[in-house]
Design a protein around this ligand. Structure first.
Ligand code: GDP
Ligand code: IMO
Ligand code: MG
Length: 444
């Protein structure tokens, strides 16, 4: 068991809800304290936003530490990479003056998303499970991870740089044409796909390496590593709201598997929460709001998908779910984001339990049929009307906002170290205690 070392040791940033908790903002903010920033799962389904003054950067594969060229950005073995999207990301960042050179590394073990994965994701889009569509991001993530686990038809970044790459593509395309006949398979052209991907591979070659020994050397040499989770713990393939999840371990348990760095080197887990809930795509969401309050949150929080532009479903903070995900992820400290969004609501509700089949339950259900039946039991707290976007210290927050945060912390069972009151780096409050030492380093 590692003892939490505040934000001094190797730290992972994990979303504790259904994604979009503002992990990107936090990772960018904390990056100056670290030597390396590592993405280790997910792929272009992620959309992480970093705002610096008037500039907004949307990142899909590249770690949100990339704006700091001193820091090495690493895309680890557990990520699934779409080369065209990644190259576009690199080009866009470079066009905007961001240095991408010797500060980016891609694991040769990372699996590659091909057109057949996207075709399959799209073909499955209309299918229903448990009476509802998954509503994926259509980025081919599930099919690519499935091929990885299936092993026979998987292609990794390292494979793209080998002499037999053309033959590998030919073999996989033949199989995919058979299986995906009628849903995009017939259109697959092995030669054209190989040509396109070989071109991408040449452009990516300078970045591709075996990142695993490099990360192990780094932690053994005492370098500081920040791990950037994608999605959120409720979307974890094993521990989330299955089957309405993504296809990787997006809770804290995924850090070691996806990066190759054993748990003994990971000192602190920073759980990221929004002070309300959102969800994109299908699946149960007990505290979802369909009224003016939900609309208030969506509009004030600009809750539209970073990757797909879809309106996000919005609802009250669910402490039953967050307590569960904080425990599964081993959260030492919470970062509470988007507090400014709740200004102007006269009352706020926190879900403290569910009622399922006439029973009061505080344990997060393992089966979505139970979660679907869950009626939230709410505690009501007074809201506040003040604009919080200029608050820079705990004392700048209205009493009701502080009480709201304290109650969240109590219910989740974890201290809050950081509070965010706007997208910009400076719209951040480091509270007393373990996170406060980070304040100076992170000042922009
Ligand atoms: P991620 O996927 O977890 O990195 O989150 P996203 O980038 O998808 O969504 C978070 C959105 O909230 C982005 O547009 C951020 O710029 C914005 N944001 C981050 N922190 C705050 C905050 O404290 N208040 C407000 N109003 N917006 C924030
Ligand atoms: P970040 O990293 C929010 C959701 C999709 C869908 C489900 C499965 O920005 O927080 P997938 O394409 O992964 O097979 O879709 O997961 N989803 C996300 N929701 N934020 C994300 O990433 C997400 N990545 C996937 O909407 O419900
Ligand atoms: Mg996002």
């Amino acid at each position: 068991m590692n003892s939490p070392r505040g934000l001094d040791g190797n730290t992972c940033v994990i979303g504790l809800q259904w994604g979009d908790e503002a992990k990107g903002k936090l990772v960018d903010l904390l990056t100056p304290r670290f030597d390396l920033v590592v993405r280790y799962q997910g792929g272009a389904n992620a959309g992480h936003t970093v705002v610096v003054g008037d500039a907004t950067f949307k990142l899909h594969h590249i770690p949100s530490g990339i704006l700091n060229s001193r820091v090495m950005s690493v895309v680890g073995p557990g990520v699934v990479v779409n080369p065209a999207t990644l190259l576009k990301e690199i080009d866009t960042l470079r066009d905007r003056g961001v240095v991408i050179d010797h500060n980016l590394l891609l694991s040769d073990r990372a699996h590659v998303v091909f057109p057949w994965h996207i075709a399959e994701d799209q073909a499955l889009n209309d299918s229903q499970v448990k009476g509802e569509g998954l509503g994926t991001t259509l980025r081919g993530i599930g099919p690519c991870y499935r091929d990885k686990v299936g092993r026979m038809y998987a292609i990794r970044l390292g494979d793209m740089l080998r002499p037999d790459f053309a033959a590998l593509v030919q073999r996989v395309v033949e199989a995919k044409r058979r299986w995906l006949s009628g849903c995009g398979g017939d259109a697959l052209d092995a030669a054209a796909i190989h040509q396109e991907y070989a071109h991408h591979a040449e452009r990516l070659r300078p970045f591709v390496t075996d990142t695993t020994p490099l990360l192990l050397d780094a932690v053994e040499q005492g370098k500081r590593v920040l791990f950037e989770g994608a999605q959120g713990a409720l979307l974890d393939i094993d521990h989330g709201t299955f089957p309405f999840v993504t296809s990787s371990n997006s809770s804290g348990v995924g850090v070691s598997a996806g990066s190759g760095v054993p748990g003994r080197w990971i000192h602190t887990t920073l759980g990221v929460i929004k002070v309300y809930s959102t969800r994109v795509g299908g699946g149960p969401f007990p505290t979802e709001l369909f009224d003016a309050t939900g609309e208030h949150i969506r509009e004030r929080g600009r809750e539209y998908g970073t990757t797909t532009g879809r309106p996000r479903r919005c609802g009250w903070f669910d402490a039953v779910a967050a307590r569960y995900t904080a425990r599964v992820s081993g959260a030492d400290l919470l970062s509470a984001m988007m507090l400014d969004v709740l200004s102007g609501l006269p009352e706020l509700r926190l879900c403290v339990a569910y009622e399922i089949g006439g029973r009061r339950v505080t344990q997060f259900p393992s089966h979505i049929d139970d979660l679907r039946q869950a009626t939230p039991v709410y505690e009501t707290l007074p809201g506040w009307s003040e604009d919080l976007t200029r608050a820079r210290g705990g004392d700048d927050l209205p009493l009701n906002a502080r009480r709201y945060l304290e109650r969240i912390s109590e219910l989740v069972g974890c201290p809050i170290g950081i509070v965010s009151v706007g997208p910009d780096r400076e719209q951040t409050i480091f509270l007393q205690g373990r996170a406060s030492a980070a304040r100076e380093d992170c000042r922009v």
